[in-house]
Design a protein around this ligand. Structure first.
Ligand code: BG6
Length: 369
């Protein structure tokens, strides 16, 4: 039931504040992070983990890439992120102090299932992040943290993505507590940031109207580029994926630092480029580098649409459009910055008269390798 919305996707995008809140519920008790599902491993085994490999496909893999920054920062454990099908067929080095974290909304993606089975046979411990109770991947794993995003019907994933990041962040903070890599106060600060996200998501959904105008205006666009740095990089790739899936437009996400190593050659007058701008309050250097990228592409005629936090005026002279997101700590910005990109893809698909929920050639759950 679309509940009065024009599409399941429109409904699911607006359910994102609840998806995050429901995924947090019961996992922060009296200001302490405690993910009960992780007791299956025992604190000793969790402390002994030397390496985390996150696997998934599509949007799930991008949620993993976002979480890599956070988990390494908080828990001090090396984290790799790999596409399930690439991991499975390359003889990866795996030992019993390796934790494989698979991410799958459906819990049925065959590429990811095969990778999990392979990792288990090779002796790794396996944790599943899944949105579907009783699905195959969580059943085949040593432990599962369920995201509570609710059923996701639209083929393009939205609320499951923010719920996956939430679950991975809870995992990262639980790991940091068990390993003693952060103090209780430091963990508390991050948990407060996480608990503030649902309200901020509700506020960022207010950009819908201006995004619709932008999408209508761009409905004959043939190519869109997305630039991001640090945690903004996976957001750029997710924004590009949404646009490919929903609007059948050539789209690519790049790391902003990579611009001068190739992608800048693509910039010609009128080329639309979304840029995810990191907060200047936390890293003036990172922010300045992205603003300088904006200047470089603008000088070559790009049409710049900046996703920037409230009050960041440095982008104003160089951006054609600025879409505002609420203030958040850097590691939490992706959960907010992705929303305008989801809305943009949805509105562009609608403007082109396409089926938002069932894009051509795609399936919600791909159960073949
Ligand atoms: C794809 C879907 O085929 O599978 C994507 O079209 C999704 O939207 C990907 O991100 C992974 O699916 P799942 O269920 O494993 O998260």
């Amino acid at each position: 039931d679309k509940g009065g919305w024009p599409s399941f996707m429109a409904k699911e995008v607006t359910e994102q504040p609840d998806a995050v809140a429901n995924t947090i519920r019961g996992r922060i008790v009296d200001g302490v992070v405690d993910v009960p599902e992780l007791t299956a491993f025992g604190d000793e085994a969790l402390s002994a983990i030397r390496r985390v490999i996150i696997i998934g496909c599509g949007t799930a893999a991008y949620a993993g890439l976002v979480a890599k920054y956070a988990i390494e920062n908080w828990a001090g454990v090396p984290v790799e992120v790999e596409l399930s099908h690439e991991f499975r067929y390359r003889d990866p080095v795996i030992s019993d102090d390796t934790l494989i974290v698979s991410i799958s909304q459906s819990g049925e993606t065959m590429d990811t299932l095969m990778a999990v089975k392979y990792a288990r046979e090779a002796g790794a411990r396996t944790l599943s992040i899944c949105n579907t109770q009783g699905a195959t991947i969580p059943r085949e794993s040593d432990a599962a943290i369920y995201t509570h995003a609710g059923p996701e019907v639209a083929v393009a994933s939205t609320k499951a993505f923010v719920a996956q990041i939430t679950a991975l962040y809870l995992f990262g903070l639980h790991l940091a507590r068990v390993r003693g890599s952060l103090s209780a106060d430091q963990i508390g600060e991050q948990l407060a940031e996480l608990e503030a996200i649902p309200a901020k998501l509700s506020s960022v959904l207010g950009v819908g109207e201006s995004i619709r105008t932008l999408a209508h205006w761009m409905s004959d666009t043939r190519s869109v580029l997305f630039l991001g740095r640090h945690v903004g990089y996976p957001v750029a790739m997710e924004g590009a994926l949404k646009l490919k899936e929903l609007a059948y437009i050539h789209a690519e996400g790049f790391a902003a630092g990579e611009l001068k190593h190739g992608p800048i050659a693509l910039i010609e007058p009128g080329q639309p480029v979304f840029v995810i701008v990191p907060s200047p309050r936390h890293s003036a250097l990172l922010h300045a580098k992205v603003v300088s990228n904006i200047q470089e592409i603008r000088a070559r005629g790009a049409r710049v649409i900046a996703i920037a936090e409230e009050g960041d005026v440095a982008v104003l002279p160089f951006a054609d459009e600025v879409i505002r997101i609420p203030l958040a700590a850097p590691l939490f910005e992706p959960i907010l910055a992705v929303v305008p990109l989801q809305l943009f893809a949805m509105e562009l698909s609608t403007a082109k008269g396409l089926d938002v929920d069932q894009p051509r050639n795609l399936a919600k759950s791909v159960t073949v390798e």
